[in-house]
Design a protein. Structure first.
Length: 111
C-alpha cells in the first residue's frame, strides 16, 4: 500500500469515522493508526484474517463513497490551499497584511 493511499484513508477516516460502526472504527484504528497487521487484529479478536481484511476493504470503500457524496476532505484541501495563498500574500502585500492576517485567523478558527 502506498503512502499516499494510507494518508488519504487516514484523512477520510478522520472526517467520516462517526458514520462507521464500532467494529469498523476499531479495525480501521488498529490497522491504519496503530499499524497492526491483519493477522494481529484477527488474533486479538478471535476472527479470521480474511474477515478483518474484508471489513477493512469494505470500510475503505465506504469512506471513499462518503467523500464522493459529501466532499469534506476535498473542501478541506481547497481551504488549506487558499489559506496558504493568503499567507504568501501577507508577506508580499504590507499594506493589507493586517487585514489578511485577521481573515486567516478567522478561517483557521472556524475549521
Amino acid at each position: 500500500m502506498t503512502l499516499a493511499k494510507t494518508t488519504r484513508i487516514n484523512f477520510l477516516f478522520d472526517f467520516y469515522q462517526s458514520l462507521l460502526t464500532d467494529k469498523q472504527r476499531l479495525y480501521m484504528q488498529l490497522y491504519y493508526l496503530e499499524d497492526l497487521s491483519l493477522g494481529e487484529i484477527a488474533g486479538e479478536y478471535g476472527v479470521s484474517r480474511q474477515a478483518v481484511y474484508d471489513n477493512v476493504r469494505r470500510t475503505e470503500a465506504m469512506l471513499e463513497d462518503y467523500e464522493m457524496k459529501l466532499n469534506l476532505f476535498t473542501k478541506f484541501q481547497k481551504r488549506a490551499e487558499i489559506v496558504d495563498s493568503l499567507e504568501r500574500l501577507v508577506t508580499d502585500d504590507v499594506k493589507n497584511s493586517e487585514t489578511i492576517r485577521e481573515l486567516l485567523l478567522a478561517i483557521k478558527d472556524n475549521e
